[in-house]
Design a protein around this ligand. Structure first.
Ligand SMILES: Nc1ncnc2c1ncn2[C@@H]1O[C@H](COP(=O)(O)OP(=O)(O)O)[C@@H](O)[C@H]1O
Ligand SMILES: [Mg+2]
Length: 312
């Protein structure tokens, strides 16, 4: 094994800034983490989710966050990885043609011609950078990747090392900071199934729409206090969102949509020069926020009309 080679130097040069966090040290106490999630990231997260995730990290197991869209999987995953390692994590948004060259590294064709296939011409990519910098990786929407790619990630996470045969090198994890969180939405019909082998090795954390009081708290936290949203209006927003989740529409609203709707209504009020959100502000922003597919339009319009007494 070589010491601080060209690859290590290059990784620090390319990615060093990107992983810098203003956390002074890792936060691995679940109680403290829950507090910081709310204060620092404006995320309301059940302590059990934090505790199970951290316990999995201690046991060297990757974690799978599964649930419908807009329930905070990506943002919570990113925040937990940062708290855990004290450094910003890497995010890998999956697609069908993701492979080891795109996440571990590849050779620069012109440099390779000039310098040969060695560390001088190798471009390190995020997964290799994460293991070298000892930080986390969020593998977003894992079902969009192919099975080979999933197996590659599991192997790396199990053995906590990456082998680059072309360089005759093995890069080992240096501490506990290198951890993986996968996210997935099992209801997305266009996506791949996760294999039994994959599920056997991960710890699965179920995400769902939060209880009503928690969702109200999230809106308060994210929307801020100005322009003010009267309580009855927040209730109408939550009732409408909950009713839509029970319909057969394609694009079901998550907490993300609840927050966006409240904020859009606030912005409309602001544009009107008002300091209080009105029913009209909420109704006017309803269709643009909630009806994302043409085939959902009629049903969304009906549910909004029913809850607000006016046609959007
Ligand atoms: N627990 C939560 N606390 C605060 N905001 C949340 C929470 N869950 C969802 N949100 C809202 O949803 C948005 C993020 O959703 P995202 O992480 O993209 O969800 P997913 O990855 O599950 O689709 C946030 O910007 C926020 O507005
Ligand atoms: Mg997501």
């Amino acid at each position: 094994m070589q010491e601080a080679s060209a690859i290590e130097r290059l990784v620090h040069e390319i990615y060093g800034e990107a992983v810098k966090s203003d956390l002074t040290q890792p936060v691995r106490d679940p109680f403290r983490a829950v507090e910081l999630l709310e204060k620092r990231y404006k995320l309301v997260v059940d302590k059990r989710i934090v505790a199970v995730t951290f316990a999995a990290f201690m046991a060297s197991r990757p974690v799978l966050f599964e649930g419908p869209p807009g329930t905070g999987k990506t943002e919570v995953g990113e925040a937990l990885l940062e708290l855990w390692s004290g450094k910003r994590p890497f995010i890998l948004p999956c697609s069908e043609n993701y492979d080891e060259y795109k996440v571990i590294g590849d050779f620069h064709p012109i440099m390779a011609l000039r310098k040969g296939f060695n560390e001088e011409s190798f471009i390190p990519r995020p997964l290799l950078a994460a293991i070298i910098l000892d930080t986390g990786v969020l593998v977003d929407e894992i079902r969009r990747s192919n099975e080979d790619f999933q197996n590659l990630l599991l192997d790396i996470s199990d053995k906590r090392r990456i082998i680059v045969p072309e360089l005759r090198r093995m890069f080992k994890a240096r501490g506990y900071g290198f951890q993986i969180i996968f996210t997935s939405n099992p209801e997305d019909i266009a996506q791949n199934e996760l294999s039994d082998a994959f599920l056997r090795r991960v710890v699965r954390v179920d995400f769902n729409y939060p209880p009503r009081d928690v969702e109200a708290k999230i809106i308060r936290l994210r929307a801020g206090s100005r322009p003010r949203i009267p309580t009855n209006i927040t209730n109408m927003i939550l009732d409408t969102i909950n009713a839509l989740r029970k319909t057969g529409i394609q694009h079901k609203p998550g907490t993300a949509e609840a927050v966006l709707w409240a904020r859009m209504a606030q912005e409309l009020a602001r544009l009107r020069g008002s300091d209080v959100v009105s029913i009209n502000d909420v109704v006017e922003t309803s269709m643009p926020v909630l009806a994302k597919r043409v085939e959902d339009e009629d049903e969304v319009r009906e549910v909004v009309s029913k809850h607000f007494g006016v046609e959007p």
